[in-house]
Design a protein around this ligand. Structure first.
Ligand SMILES: CC(C)(COP(=O)(O)OP(=O)(O)OC[C@H]1O[C@@H](n2cnc3c(N)ncnc32)[C@H](O)[C@@H]1OP(=O)(O)O)[C@@H](O)C(=O)NCCC(=O)NCCS
Length: 148
């Protein structure tokens, strides 16, 4: 059974290891995981099955707005509803904490993530040209938002 819970210090090694797998070569800055652990402008939720970490999401937060910085599911556990469950859980918690507006940026080429966001109630609100680096050029970012 999937267990969804907030990030604690004891989870830091596991979540950073999974982040390194899911974003090979681009693990998120360790300082953000620290901030999320101590509730200093960031928050994160993890999805566990027993003692196996299946997924995570990380938000930054300023007043009534939050930005989804990262969401990922372990490659072997994808397309089984883990990310959708994490998002729903995180959005409920953020709403209860007074957040009213969510936003995120996603690579134009990341179609699985875009489908996840659309399927969970997010809407595209803009586009930033050449925002992300590629091995041989740059690619646009799509901006999505969601009112809670
Ligand atoms: C994007 C990602 C987080 C989705 O995680 P997941 O746990 O597999 O997603 P879910 O099983 O909850 O899927 C929810 C919805 O997303 C969409 N989706 C997820 N994976 C998809 C895929 N490979 N192709 C197409 N649609 C996909 C579907 O609409 C799905 O709903 P449905 O199956 O009912 O149609 C996962 O593919 C991942 O970790 N990717 C690498 C990291 C990443 O790019 N993160 C996003 C940027 S921070």
């Amino acid at each position: 059974m999937l267990e969804l819970r907030t990030l604690i210090a004891a989870d830091l090694v596991a979540v950073q290891s999974l982040d390194a797998v899911c974003f090979a070569g681009e693990p998120f800055a360790a300082s953000w995981w620290q901030k999320a652990t101590f509730g200093q402008g960031a928050c994160a939720w993890l999805a566990w099955q027993g003692d196996e970490l299946l997924g995570y999401c990380l938000f930054s937060r300023v007043l009534d707005e939050a930005e989804l910085l990262r969401i990922a599911t372990s490659p072997a556990a994808r397309q089984q509803g883990v990310a959708a469950a994490l998002l729903q859980h995180a959005e409920t918690a953020l709403q209860q904490a007074g957040v009213e507006q969510l936003f995120l940026e996603v690579r134009l080429s990341n179609l699985p993530a875009q489908r996840l966001y659309r399927r969970t109630g997010w809407q595209q609100s803009g586009r930033r040209k050449d925002y992300y680096p590629l091995a041989d050029g740059r690619e646009d970012a799509l901006i999505f938002c969601r009112a809670l």
